[in-house]
Design a protein around this ligand. Structure first.
Ligand code: ZN
Length: 181
């Protein structure tokens, strides 16, 4: 098993619509296992393939009842409203109060090719909606209202500015090695 680096905001892979999965091979099964490990390591309750750089329609989740993998998931029914403080492993450290349907019905297939049909509410329903958004190239920041989004973009821009640039890193190294001598 291997743990992937989780792609973060700004990585173009998070903006792509992932492709349908047409057949399950050993590599895909291994990918699912590695995604589950990566999700537990993060830790998170769900992880979609694009978050590890793979543009396939697959996600893994565990809201406390053991890990599951869903291929080609679709939401076929939804109703109600539920507010939840929603975060994303690809936008670490931030979360937003967000209203989405309280209940959804998810269909898809599992790794053995069996059809999945799950009625989910609250946290599990939220997880399904969030992960399917990832497969469509949609990040949680696009679900925010205008005030929330402006604040989010301000924080994310600031983070991008503070991220070390290669040149600055080099200068920093030279300075610190001088300091040691
Ligand atoms: Zn996410």
């Amino acid at each position: 098993m291997a743990i992937y680096d989780i792609r973060t905001f700004g990585d173009p892979v998070l903006r792509q619509r992932a492709a349908e999965i047409t057949d399950v091979d050993e590599a895909l099964v291994r990918l699912a296992q590695d995604m589950i490990e990566t999700m537990y390591d993060a830790p998170g309750v769900g992880l979609a393939a694009p978050q590890v750089g793979v543009e396939r329609r697959m996600f893994v989740y565990d809201v406390g009842e053991g890990p599951s993998t869903v291929l080609n998931p679709r939401i076929v029914e939804s109703d109600g409203e539920w507010t939840y403080d929603e975060g994303c492993l690809s936008i670490p450290g931030l979360s937003w109060e967000l209203v989405r349907p309280r209940r959804v019905r998810l269909v898809g297939v599992d790794l053995d090719g069996n059809e999945i049909d799950v009625d989910a509410d609250e946290l599990l329903a939220r997880c399904f909606q969030h992960e399917i958004d990832h497969l469509d190239g949609v990040l949680v920041v696009e679900r925010l209202d205008e005030v929330q989004r402006k604040e989010a973009m301000r924080v994310l821009r600031q983070r991008a500015l503070e991220a070390p640039q290669p040149r600055r890193q080099l200068v920093g190294k030279v300075l610190s090695s001088r300091g040691q001598s």
